[in-house]
Design a protein. Structure first.
Length: 138
């Protein structure tokens, strides 16, 4: 199968970061030794509002955690996903439902079908660490 997804160009990534203010992080841990925590901490230090989405924690990085994207009050610019690829379709559906602009699946998280289904409703980035992309494209 030929994949139609490819990483966005640096100018598009720069635009995403310049326009975004709020990042909902699906699968954000409250443990500082976890990659989701470390990546989100860097993004918070860069000035983004981080909103944890994880039913197993109360808070992370000083922010209240929500069970679902749909529970978050206010607009979400980027939905950053730290879950296995198998969960990406449901998360993408919810991201569209809340009017998010970007679905960002972390390194190792890819689902070609999700890209095909949702790339018209969301700007989809897959298999790319948001922290690394930010550091190279901001």
């Amino acid at each position: 199968m030929i994949m139609s997804y490819s990483h966005p160009n640096p100018e598009r990534l720069k635009d995403i970061f310049n326009q975004a203010k709020t990042i909902a992080v699906v699968g954000l841990s409250d443990q500082s030794n976890r990659v989701s925590y470390q990546v989100s901490q860097v993004m918070k230090q860069a000035g983004f509002k981080i909103i944890p989405v994880n039913p197993n924690i109360q808070s992370s990085l000083g922010e209240k955690a929500y069970h679902h994207l749909s529970e978050i009050p206010g607009p979400i610019d980027i939905v950053n996903v730290f879950r296995k690829s198998i969960f990406l379709k449901d998360i993408a559906e919810e991201a569209v439902g809340i009017g998010a602009n970007v679905l960002w699946a972390q390194q190792g998280v890819v689902d070609e079908a999700v890209y095909e289904l949702y790339n018209k409703d969301l700007f989809v980035v897959m298999d790319l660490c948001i922290k690394v992309a930010y550091q190279y494209n901001s």
